[in-house]
Design a protein around this ligand. Sequence first.
Ligand code: ZN
Length: 298
Amino acid sequence: MADHLARTLAAEAGVRGLAAVTTELVEEARRRHGTFPTATAALGRALTAALLLGGLAKDGARVSLEFSGDGPLGSILVDATPDGDVRGYVSRPRTDLPPRAGKLDVGGALGRGLLCVLRIPPGEAVPYRGIVPLVSGEIASDVASYLVDSEQTPSVVGIGVFVNPDGSVGAAGGYLLQTLPDADACIIDRLERNVSASEPPTELVRRGLGAGDILGTLLAGFPARVLEERVVRFRCRCNRARVEAAVVAMGRAEMQDLLTTERRTELVCEFCGERYLLDEAELRALLDAAGATPGERS
Ligand code: ZN
């Protein structure tokens, strides 16, 4: 089943929900960044969280999440659009800790620190920024705490990544359930009871449930309808033109230096691991296009 995200609304109960199946895109992130199991789980959970938060945003907006901790993993940076594009990386992809209570120790890898959420409205207007301390470093509970503390929206969040014994991603997905502003206070309790009675997200995904089915399970007893389903994917915004612009931004002296010493340069996109090689001819063309001042041309 291709990765996808579903949105639902139980208007009468005052509940909305999103769920996502993200197995393929988390596996793609693992391959691109060469992450080890604990880092794979951390990055996969964060990518899924960004898609869920992005699913609440307006078209043309972006959501970015930065988890920075004092643990061996360092930080995680992910961003997503409401269209379902997500990208991201961890600062130390080869982080792998012994399991804790039979689970990948994402909280131990991240440690104590902060979650910073940036909501960037369409047209790159002034972003809304919210910062909360990490509750556990396990990602889902940190995102729930952000939504409650910073956006004053009672929310239940569950996210999981199952890593196969060979290190590849076996299943990934998650959900986000929220009460609407005028909802009955006991609704969130009912949601939490539903969630604790249900299997964890990775089990639901491994059983072959789609995002709409996951919402149906979690919202059992609520008259909800699925509003839409959309495809989600790992997709970066980097391209050759941006890389060339970055090289030009280094300045003529730096470019000239690169030409005389290395004669070529390779730039790697942090977000997706894509490598861009610029050879001597390309560097020279960029230098020429950058415009020479009189007397500077050699
Ligand atoms: Zn990229």
